[in-house]
Write a protein that binds this ligand. Sequence first.
Ligand SMILES: [Zn+2]
Length: 429
Amino acid sequence: MDFVIGHGVITDGAGFMLHDGAIHISDGVIKKIDTTERLRSVSETFYDLGGRLVLPGLTNFHHHLYSALAAGISPAGPTDTFVQILENLWWKLDMALDEETIYFSALQGVMDSVAHGVTTIFDHHASMNFIRGSLDIIADVFRKAGINGLLCFEMSDRAGNETINDQLQENIEFWEKHRNDRNIKGILGLHANFTLSEKTMEYISKEKPEEMGVHIHCGEDRYDFDYCQKLGYAGPVDRLDKWNLLNEKTILAHAIHLSDRDYELIRDKKPVVVSNPESNANNQVGVMDRKKIQEFVLGTDGMSGDMVQTLRSLYLLGRGHLEDFTGLRELFFDRARSFLQRFFPEKGGLNEGATADIAVLDYTPVTPINLDNLIGHLIFGAKNAHAFMTIANGEIVYHNGEFSFVDADKARKDIKKAARKLWDRFREA
Ligand SMILES: [Zn+2]
């Protein structure tokens, strides 16, 4: 594809903002960024963005596509505690997933994400009755959509010890197979400390290839913290460190219930910390201490595909008008780019030569906009906006409500059927 998008407000959120700007995209990369006047005629195809806001493609750093067909479902029992939420909802749901429902959950979740300008998803998958080959099914959806994914299977003792080897091999083989893939990669998924015994941790620590990263829920609830302390560790991060699972390629989701030693380790070993404010509010597990953890990025933890909405939730559930907009801009743009590049070195930039991953929000600023007030525009202006156009790896994958990779009406019919099947299996379980 060779085309120009123009008449947009283009910003990377970090160094530049161009009013009435245009981007020439060809062979998957950004060829040139300049004024619309200069680029208007360099390609035969021109898309008029009508003054809309253009950002680097967004990254969801912690998602569960397998939960995409759960909207409206009733838990199978009480959900008063965090562990009951897992036992009576998520663990039952993941046990009910089969080949077909894994595929359609992923398709629904990917469509929802793409429609919100997301071009990269760090997914954390579970389907304890369909382990081997599950990541390939999800990868097929990513490939079909043309977006980027860091995929893993969440290892846990809860499915029974006899499946642990399958869980580990599913992760390692997928990681190995995608080492040279530019768009889809693997990482080792661990559910959380409190569902992994010492024996399993020892096995994982021994078998995991040295260069392979880890993606884990860490200190999400007090229960996880207490579990690690009972085993004699200072906390959940300390336990990962002792098993040699903590470095810059480690992704820690939540990081709420931690000890001083855990915070110190986060500062020293610099893992990717992902806060999920909407999920934390939903589960009532507390909030991440942003005085102790300043370098973090955002995820939705299966709650939605909308990263701008998630930024707004962080603001509203955090310090509101006392929030520092410069800090939020660093988090949403600079840090998101640098953390993304730990796994996808050539992605995340909005500069000439970079992979063309671009989100055009369906938002036309009518008030003055600059880098200093960009976050205010996202929180108060672009809220609830779908993307107008999403470009992933140089291809337009979503434009004006239409997906390029799927007939949405037909897909929704298939997804509906799969959802009914999944809900029946969930109730029977
Ligand atoms: Zn999660």
